[in-house]
Design a protein around this ligand. Structure first.
Ligand SMILES: C[S@@+](CC[C@H](N)C(=O)[O-])C[C@H]1O[C@@H](n2cnc3c(N)ncnc32)[C@H](O)[C@@H]1O
Length: 355
């Protein structure tokens, strides 16, 4: 899966087991901020019916592949299309000019491969699930040869070693259907998804600070939309990054936005992930969730981003400061019926029943 800020790569097993303890095996789980879809993917693998949502087009595509598409219906065709796409003759186009020459996100050889393959995908008459699988395969292939530190606000001054490798598409890990109904991928604002979708448990993993996902992953949005948008700045971001903002990236707006989502959800249990370094305090979140019944809080200790271990350096590379905190906490809040069940089992010493 793609490199992604805030991805729950290291916590996915804990989240799956938490959800599993909070509901029955035939439950439907909503994932309203699905990002890479790795949480929904693990939940689908565990047999739950998952309804994923994210407001960005690239994340909707990833959910189309990992959540909505079922292996039985797409994998045979996907394999043959991907084998064929890997033989496509490179042809420089928008990506090469913008992101290999004007900026340096990809080596031009791979830029020309992305251009030619993305053009060819639009000539294939693919149904939405298969199209999501093929586009995901392209995004992940491009991610494996990019020249960034994992965000697209900037690119490296010298090519990353992986940028010299030839980009090759692979077949994504699409899962078989679950027995309790079709899984779904939606592209809605979180508040609209909260009003529209119903299930048993909602997993909420909103952004927790000012860093916009559209700005950090603008290239994936462009490759999925293939709209050759107007751009600005050194990173050649889509100009829409300046207008299309999320309330969850705003200190004054996140509290009312999250409160509205929590109030609108038609589920028995809410599981919410949030960092202890985010815009909302633990007490603010507990207060919002307590309207749903009991609230349990589980703390997960985390190493902080790698830069903080290296310390603070000036432009010539001299160490000019240190960063005090090298670990942060990812908090899980469980509210409603699921929290009661966790409380009754009392297995987890870190579980605090707060209300
Ligand atoms: C912390 S990330 C989720 C990471 C995900 N759980 C994973 O493991 O990959 C937050 C996600 O919320 C999405 N998002 C931000 N604002 C949103 C909004 N207003 N409505 C829906 N999705 C939003 C972003 O696109 C981003 O993918």
């Amino acid at each position: 899966m793609i490199k992604y800020l805030g991805s729950k790569r290291l916590l996915v097993d804990k989240i799956t087991s938490l959800v599993g303890r909070a509901c029955e095996q035939d439950s439907t789980i909503l994932d309203l901020f699905s990002g890479t879809s790795r949480v929904g993917h693990a939940l689908k693998r565990a047999g739950f019916r998952v309804l994923a949502n994210d407001h960005n087009a690239y994340a909707h595509t990833l959910a189309g592949c990992y959540i909505q598409a079922d292996a039985e219906s797409v994998l045979v065709r996907a394999k043959s299309i991907i084998d064929d796409l890997n033989t496509t003759k490179p042809q420089p186009g928008f990506i090469t000019h913008k992101y290999c020459e004007e900026s340096r996100f990809f080596h031009p050889d791979n830029g020309a491969r992305i251009d030619a393959i993305r053009d060819r995908i639009d000539t294939l008459d693919l149904d939405p699930d298969l199209r999501a699988v093929i586009l995901t395969s392209l995004l992940e292939a491009a991610d494996r040869v990019d020249s960034t530190t994992g965000v697209q606000m900037a690119y490296l001054k010298s090519w990353a070693p992986r940028a010299h490798k030839q980009m090759t598409l692979r077949v994504p890990d699409v899962l078989p259907a679950v027995p309790t109904g079709r899984c779904q991928a939606h592209q809605l604002e979180a508040i609209d998804a909260a009003k529209k979708l119903t299930g048993d448990v909602a997993y909420l993993d909103p952004p927790y600070n000012q860093h916009s996902y559209l700005g950090n992953y603008h290239l994936w949005e462009t490759i999925v939309n293939w709209d050759r948008p107007p751009t600005y700045g050194i990173a050649c971001k889509r100009t829409e990054c300046q207008q299309r903002k999320s309330d969850f990236n705003s200190k004054p707006r996140i509290e009312p936005a999250l409160r509205a989502v929590i109030q609108s959800l038609d589920v028995d249990t809410i599981v919410l992930s949030f960092s202890d370094e985010g815009y909302l305090t633990r007490d603010q979140i507990i207060h919002m969730l307590s309207a749903r019944g009991r609230v349990a809080v589980i703390e997960n200790d985390h190493p902080r981003y790698v830069g903080c271990k290296i310390g603070i350096h000036n432009q010539s590379g001299k160490k000019v400061g240190t960063v005090g905190k090298t670990r942060n906490k990812e908090l899980f809040f469980v509210a409603g019926t699921g929290a009661e069940q966790l409380g009754e089992k009392k297995k987890d010493r870190q579980t605090t029943i707060l209300a």
